[in-house]
Write a protein that binds this ligand. Structure first.
Ligand SMILES: C[S@@+](CC[C@H](N)C(=O)[O-])C[C@H]1O[C@@H](n2cnc3c(N)ncnc32)[C@H](O)[C@@H]1O
Length: 301
């Protein structure tokens, strides 16, 4: 079993300095835009380690299954935007994963969320991590924005370019009932913000959608929405996970869950005691077709 865990100094910071609390609440944690500080501390103690672990799992897949890090030179300043960053589990996991691949690089990040308290926590942890590991993490911009429509997503994307990584983790499922096709719109809008050889990483939960949205699984919704756009012949496509071989050449449009659910292991601190947990999640790594066609894969999955 491969566990991707927060380093103990980071775990101590979130649980003991910041007061994060392990308190799982699958229904209560479904929507986080209006979280109070106390709710954000519960998110931090319960789901931050999970998001951290999941995105590291994805970067690890890119590194071990594809030639990406061998054929693409990595910049000395890595620019990342995280949309719906929340308390920062995804962007901090991403920075730590990239730091271990390229220890000399510094980071310039844009963090976007509609919850000011979550942005404050995220900024604080980014600054703490920067000091602790001794690398520059420059917060290029912090956007307090409610992004729950196609126009809002496109407007946000229009203001930026040249990111090495565009990431979003567990935000798009929160806007599923507010806008049609958020995964597809996000991919189309933010694809324009990628630098040459940049990657977009979308991570989300693997459970069923909100009953208001219909009786479906989020991995299937993500697959279907991205598959529809990429099948229409645009210039980007899914690089990972790889197609099942039965769907179109560039992505699986409507595969079963077996192709879209992944597990990651991590630990939390519960009543002062470390506990190992498992998460089920779904992801897509999206790239320009020119880049994707240059990548070789060491194995199918
Ligand atoms: C489940 S949390 C994920 C946080 C972080 N990305 C992670 O993976 O741990 C979802 C985040 O999306 C944000 N969010 C939800 N709806 C939003 C909206 N309409 N505009 C901007 N952010 C939103 C919430 O405030 C919350 O911080």
């Amino acid at each position: 079993m491969c566990t991707v865990d927060l380093p103990s100094w980071l775990k101590n910071h979130i649980y003991y300095d910041l007061g994060a609390v392990f308190s799982p609440d699958p229904l209560g944690a479904r929507y986080n835009a209006d979280n109070s500080h106390a709710q954000n501390l519960k998110y931090l103690g319960t789901y931050f380690p999970r998001s951290y672990s999941e995105i590291q799992h994805v970067v690890n897949k890119v590194e071990t299954v594809t030639s990406y890090y061998r054929i693409c030179s990595q910049p000395s300043v890595i620019r990342i935007i995280s949309v719906g960053c929340g308390t920062g589990g995804d962007i901090i996991g991403m920075i730590m994963a990239l730091h271990s691949i390229n220890p000399q690089a510094s980071f310039s990040v844009v963090i976007v969320d509609t919850n000011q308290d979550a942005l404050d926590i995220c900024r604080g942890i980014l600054n703490f991590v920067s000091q602790r590991i001794g690398i520059e993490i420059n917060i290029e911009a912090e956007e307090l924005a409610n992004i729950s429509s196609k126009d809002a997503l496109e407007k946000l994307a229009c203001g930026y370019s040249d990111f090495n990584y565009v990431i979003t983790s567990k935000y798009l499922n929160e806007v599923l009932i507010k806008m049609p096709n958020p995964y597809g719109v996000f991919a189309e809008s933010f694809r324009r913000c990628l630098a040459d050889d940049g990657l977009m990483i979308m991570v989300d939960v693997a459970c069923k959608t909100d009953p208001q949205y219909g009786d479906d699984y989020i991995p299937k919704v993500m697959n279907r929405q991205i598959g529809k756009i990429t099948a229409a012949g645009c210039d980007f496509s899914t690089m990972l996970p790889r197609t099942c071989g039965k769907c179109s050449a560039h992505s699986c449009e409507n595969c079963g869950l077996t192709y879209t659910m992944y597990e990651s292991y991590y630990s939390t601190i519960e009543n002062g005691k470390e506990t190992t947990r498992t998460s089920k999640f779904t992801y897509q790594v999206i790239a320009d077709n020119n880049l994707r066609d240059r990548i070789t894969f060491t194995r199918l999955w």
